[in-house]
Design a protein around this ligand. Structure first.
Ligand code: F6R
Length: 322
């Protein structure tokens, strides 16, 4: 079950430093570790921090192996928007990692099944991922595992959701140029990592952040599966976290609480009094005051008794709403 370690940072830069601390700790204890890496806007400040730390002699990437989460279908490695190119420009070209130790799915694969199986085998041969870095999509995707009726298990081809293509259009000349499909590690591949480090920054992610970690586990919010991972660290900046606490979270609690109160009251009026009345006919000694009461008088509590019931419900409703 969930072992969620939440680290709250004030700023995006602080979030990057906190995330870099996790990488540094792993690189110091296991210099030949396997890193699962992500692309997108979120990890860029972290990659800058990691580059700076290696240049300052604090960490060493020379023995590290890396596997990336995903790649656009149809984009060559040197395409300006390919994830291979992203990784070269934002990290690999500036650190001592050996090129042959970096793996990104092949966007030009002709035999997709073979490429996906080979990618899984590569991860296995490397000994599995020690630390998997994740960003969070606005629709709850991790890697490119989009919402759907099941959790895809292993590396596969996937169609990109419209919301993802719109969000990623900022990197392309127009939305029409954003590929419609991609290759991605499966949710099972991600879950097999020993440790997961997710970074979430920006107020626009608060809502989905709440759903992912505090809502039900469902393939319609793929990141929610992380609630079942034994070692997840979530690093968020204030903008992302504030929305989770004060806005949606409280409203959700309040709405559930009210709903429970109403349900209990309706149950009380329509069933409890009704049953009491029925029983009064069978056990008249216990309910002498109700004996023979029919019609509108069946909702026969006085005001004080009703208030007493209402007060008794409050802790029960609060417990369920939480
Ligand atoms: C990228 C990836 C995606 C992103 C997600 C968030 O390799 O796997 O899941 O992490 O789309 O993207 P940004 O960080 O651009 O908001």
């Amino acid at each position: 079950m969930l072992h969620l370690n939440i680290c709250k940072a004030e700023t995006v830069e602080e979030a990057a430093r906190l995330a870099a601390d996790h990488f540094q700790e792993l690189l110091c204890t296991k210099p030949a570790c396997v890193l699962g890496l992500a692309t997108g806007s979120t990890p860029i400040p972290l990659y800058r921090e990691l580059i700076a730390r290696e240049q300052a002699g604090r960490i060493d990437f020379s023995r590290v192996r890396s596997v990336n989460l995903d790649e656009y279908k149809g984009l060559a490695p040197d395409h300006p928007q390919s994830y291979r190119r992203f990784m070269q420009e934002n990290l690999f070209d500036h650190i001592s990692i050996r090129p042959e130790n970096t793996y990104v799915p092949d966007g030009l694969a002709t035999d997709v099944d073979a490429m996906c199986s080979a990618y899984e085998r590569t991860i296995e041969d490397l000994g599995g991922v020690d630390l998997q870095l994740l960003g969070l999509g606005h629709d709850g995707h991790i890697g490119f595992n989009e919402p759907g009726d099941h959790f895809p298990t292993r590396t596969h081809e996937t169609a990109l959701a419209e919301i993802t293509r719109q969000a990623n259009a900022r990197f392309f000349a127009s939305e029409a140029e954003v590929p419609t499909a991609a290759y991605t590690m499966g949710v099972g591949t991600v879950m097999a990592a020993r440790r997961i480090l997710m970074i979430v920054t920006g107020a626009d992610k608060s809502d989905i952040l709440h759903k992912a970690f505090f809502g039900p586990v469902t393939p319609w919010v793929p990141a929610s599966i992380l609630q079942f991972h034994p070692d997840v660290t979530l690093i968020c900046d204030r903008a992302a976290w504030d929305g989770v606490k004060s806005g949606y979270g409280f409203l959700r609690f309040f709405a559930r609480f009210l709903a429970m109160l109403y349900i209990m009251e309706i149950y009380d009026i329509f069933f409890f009094d009704w049953f009491l009345l029925c029983r009064s006919n069978f056990f008249p000694h216990f309910y002498p005051e109700l004996k023979g009461v029919v019609g509108p008088h069946m909702f026969g509590y006085n005001k004080k008794q009703h208030i007493a019931h209402f007060i008794l419900y409050i802790p029960a409703c609060a417990a369920i709403a939480l």
